[in-house]
Design a binder for this molecule. Structure first.
Ligand code: IMP
Length: 206
């Protein structure tokens, strides 16, 4: 992608998920970007018809860039539980239903894992994946992917973060994402790993 972002530019975060918008805004803060969310602009939410995180991130970024005439950054992400063949994966938000009830979604995952007899840490492996796409109003788009590996725990622990954070213990750690301070999650998360690649590729160097 030829175009580069620089301090002072305005960027749409193409998400209606407040937790994601907060994390992406925190990650963008040191770069002096003016962030506006798709929700604030009242942009329509496109159907996520892709079969991968990357396809869905691109659908969301391109739709927001066209509708707003601004560069747009979209995140498609989710948790992949290995004993469930990667589910809920791209359906992570849908497992929480219309009401976005993540306590229920975490419970659903736990029941599904117990049905597979996944009761010991070595059978409870999982990873978060994040695809981040930057799209421009002219229809160009570039995408970056990050993953973080760990173990599913039960019961949920901690009130920080969002979504499935309270049941995810990153590899080598003692605190779940739900128990960590935001800065500590940002140092290792799937979103931060995708974000580092995005910054390296899409920001003008001074
Ligand atoms: P979507 O990308 O908007 O379709 O939804 C992704 C869903 O995955 C979110 O609603 C969360 O439930 C889950 N998810 C993605 N990233 C995270 C994270 O960093 N922590 C916890 N849950 C996450």
């Amino acid at each position: 992608m030829a175009a580069k972002l620089k301090s002072g530019d305005r960027l749409v975060v193409a998400s209606h998920n407040d937790g994601k918008v907060r994390e992406i805004s925190e990650l963008l803060m040191p770069h002096g970007i003016e962030v506006v969310s798709a929700k604030e602009l009242d942009l329509p939410e496109p159907d996520e018809t892709g079969s991968t995180f990357i396809q869905n991130a691109e659908i969301k970024a391109l739709a927001a860039a066209r509708a707003s005439n601004l560069p747009a950054l979209a995140d498609d992400s989710g948790i992949e539980v290995h004993v469930l063949d990667g589910e809920p994966g791209i359906h992570s938000a849908r497992w929480a239903g219309e009401e976005r009830d993540f306590e229920a979604a975490m419970g659903r995952v736990e029941v599904a894992m117990c049905e597979k007899d996944a009761r010991t840490p070595e059978k409870r492996g999982a990873n978060f994946t994040c695809a981040l796409s930057l799209a421009l109003p002219d229809g160009t788009c570039e995408t970056f992917e990050g993953k973080v590996f760990g173990t599913m725990v039960w019961p949920p622990r901690g009130d920080n973060g969002f979504g499935y954070d309270p049941v995810f213990l990153p590899e080598g750690g003692e605190l779940t994402f739900g128990e960590m301070e935001p800065g500590d999650k940002h140092a290792i998360s799937h979103r931060a790993k995708a974000f580092d690649q995005f910054v390296a590729a899409c920001f003008e160097r001074n």
